[in-house]
Each structure stands twice: as structure tokens, then as C-alpha cells.
Design a protein around this ligand. Sequence first.
Ligand code: MG
Length: 534
Amino acid sequence: MSQRRGMKKAVTAIAALSAVTMALSGCGGGDAGADGTRLDANGKPLVKIRVVKNSNTAAIKDMKWPEKLQAACDCTIEWEEVDSSAWSQQKSATLAGANIADLNIRAYYTGDPDQYGDLFEDFSQDLDKMPNVKAMFEQYPDVQEIATNNEGKLYTLPTYKGDAYSTTGQHMIINKTWLDKLGLEMPTTWDELEEVLKAFVTQDPNGNGEADEIGMSFPKLETSQITWYSPYMLLNSLGLVTNFNSSPSMQGIYVKDGKVANFFISDEYKQVTKFLAKLMKEGLISKNVLSQDSSTYTNEMKGDGETARVGMGFAWTPRGGVGNKLYDQYVALPPLKADASQSDDEITWDSSGQIAPVVTNSMAMAADAPNKDTLFKIIDTFYSADMSVESWYGTDYVEKTGEKSYKIKPEKYELTMQPSQLMASYIAPDMKIEGDTDADEQQATDEVYKEYYTHYDHVKDTMPAYVKTKLEDATTISNLNTTIMNYAMASTANWIQGNTNIDDEWDTYVQKLKTTGLDQQVQLWQEAYDTWVK
Ligand code: MG
């Protein structure tokens, strides 16, 4: 069985019983008894859980919460640990080979099982057996819709990381130390930003006597999609709401008053592109922006880690953008007006925060798994308050300070090998978690953006995350996206670089995009929007 051999290669860390575990691994109920059970030597249910793990996460045998989980289910759990980098190569083989473990954590995304639905448990009929999961969906109905496919099947259970994580990953950061040193105000318009960037690159604000400052930087335009940390966040300066944490905004799709469109042919896109081309011509943007991938971009932002080099960029948080040593020089830059004549409420900001706490690949079950009542009990234990926190942050780094209050010990953030990782969790609104540095910094960064989220309607002016195109259209949409992105990004790169003039080419560009697929892409998304929203 070649899939099984493939899985062996993928397993990087396995507990002491590895030989036994491997012989039995995967394969759902294939080794169950005729009565639908699989028992250990003591007659207790024997359960197999596959967990896909980050390379910097400790082995399950070194974690403490799995013992509590095992006690709660009164069963024996065999863990199969797969490294996430290996899993990306292995996942399709497990689907094609029907090699689904009893429970699968962070293995399958909503949508993955659509073509293999008969392999997976449809949880939509099981919620009464999992009260904690049911409570999550009652509190956040959108989260259930996000995880539900077009046929109403619920093949994967999501994690909800808590409202503290409901911020977009898309922010602008600016070097406040440089602004202060040069006696400059925080820019509020594109013109003011331009003047600030000019001062940054000509007045040596990092004080090293060298004209080594870069005004603005961002990662290159990728032909696959608009990536994170795109300068096209500036579309929000014109009231065009982006949603760059996830598709389909990353392929240009947006919504205004319930009408779907693609911003690659919008006047707003043209205006942002012209602004970027102007800054480029004036030497205010890094020369590397059309060639550097996201990791090279991050390296440019961080520089040598001692001396700040870049004045303004795009990041999740200041620390995420420029690293541990320089981040206190930077602050979040509030949304800018494209023009001083605009009123404040015309300006918007990226809508991704709404679904940022949702992780859709947290839990899947084999349809033919034995011991299903035990499996439901295990899942519900994962989604309980205590286990949600412990399995995410690591038992030894969680201090319980009240009935539903917890404090994360700061030492956790010093570790290179993490004591656990996000598994399958529900952080409910009545739970209080102190000391989660990531959430705290995201919230602090997002603070200046909050009022801008009130400047638009979150159903009529964005594509809600639960909207899904039809399964049978998936290949068509993928091909349309490729055609659209290849042409739009090549044209845009030339315009920003000044190789060609956007005004000369715009009408031809718009016409070509419309006829080669953009109109059809928009139509398919309009149909999906109408199906799910209306
Ligand atoms: Mg300098």
C-alpha cells in the first residue's frame, strides 16, 4: 500500500510504540471489530489521532494535556505526528488512498473533503453529542457557515481563537522615532506621506551619516494572488474595502452595495498604482519591491536588526514587521486619505479581522471510524475551556486564575521549541486570557483602525467568508484567476516601475481583462454571493 509507505516518510516524531503505531496507522475503521469498536488489551476503546504539527512544536509525549484528554475519554489514544512541511506533500495521497485516521487535527481544510465526502464524518448531525462545539456555533453562527460546504455538510470543525484575535493581519507601520527626530507629524494623506518619505530618504533619520534610508517597502507582486502586506491596502483610502487575509479579495474580488466586482479594472486601482509609480519615480520606494519575495521583504524591513533602514511598510504588527530589536521605533499608521478633501467616513480598512479568529482545519473524523461515541467525547473535551487553553499554550505555561480566567506565563514567548500549538479550541467570550503577547500586540496595532471598520456594511460591502463558489466551478475559477493575475500583475509591475504608462494602456488593459475571464470570474462570485447572502 504505497500511501502507507508515504505516510511513514512523513512521520517525523512518534512516541515509543512506533512499530505498533505504524502497523495500525490511518485507515479509519479498517481494523475495527465487527461490532464497530476497536479495543486495547484492557478492553478500553483504542483511538488513533493524527496531528499535523509545526516543526517548532514539542513531541506529544512531552506534553501534559494529552494525558488529561486520555483520562477524560477513558480510552487509549495512539498519536501519529506528522510535520506540517511533510504533510503538504502527503495530504492528497491520504485522500486518494482513503487513509484517514479516526481523528485528524490540522490536517484537512474545509473544502478538502468535498470530493471525498464519503470518507469523512458529517458533523452537522452530531452537534448534540458535542455541547462545547454546539455552544461555539450558537455563539458564532457565521463560524458554522464558514465550515459548512455548499451541500450543507460539515466535514471539518474549526477553531475559534477568541475575539482578541479578531484583527486583520494587514496594517501599515511607520518609524515614529524618525518622525519625531525630524519634527514631522504623522501623515494623514497620500501627499503628506510623500513629503514624509522624502524627508526620510534625504535627512539621515537613522543618524549613521549615510544616505541608506528606504522610504517605503513592500513584497513583490506575485502572480498567484495579492499577498499579505500588499501596498494595495491603500485601496481603502478610496473606500474600496480589501480583505487580504484570504481569497477571493486576493484575486481582486470585492463587493459594494451587494454588487460583486473586480478591483483590477477599477478607477481606485488605477489611482493607487499611479501613486506608487510616482513614489517609485521619486526614489521613495525600495528598489527591490518588484523582485523581493515576502521573506526577503521581511529581511529588508529588519535590516541588520540594530539600525532602522525602512521608514514605512506593511505588517501584521510592528514586531512582526521589523523584529524584536527595532519594533519600539515603529507605530501603526492610521488609514490615509487619498486626498485631503475627503471626509473621514469615506475611508475604510481591510475587513479580514472578522474571520481572523477562525481556523478551519482543526478537526476531521473518518466516516468509518470505530468508537464514535468516544471520539465525540474526545472532540468535546478539546473544545472545553481548560483544554482549549492548555492544548494551545502548553499546560506548564498556563496559570488558571479563576473559573474561566487564565494567565499565560511570559517564559513561553522566550522558547524556541513550543510546548504545544493550536490544536482544536474554542475561546469563548466569557473566558479571559491574560498575557497572550500575540493577541495583545495585534489589538494594540489594530486600535487606530477600529473606527474605519464602522464606515462600511460587513455584509453588503465585503464578501462574507462563508460565501463559497460551487464545487463544479472550482477548476474554471482557478483557471480564470491564473489568466487574470498573470496579465494584471505583469501590467502593474511595468506601470509601477515606469516601463510603460498606465494612462496610455489602461483602456486596452481593462478590455482585455474583461474579455479574457474577469467578467466570468465576477459573475461566478456574484452567483455565490447571492446564494449564500440573499
Ligand atoms: Mg542613514
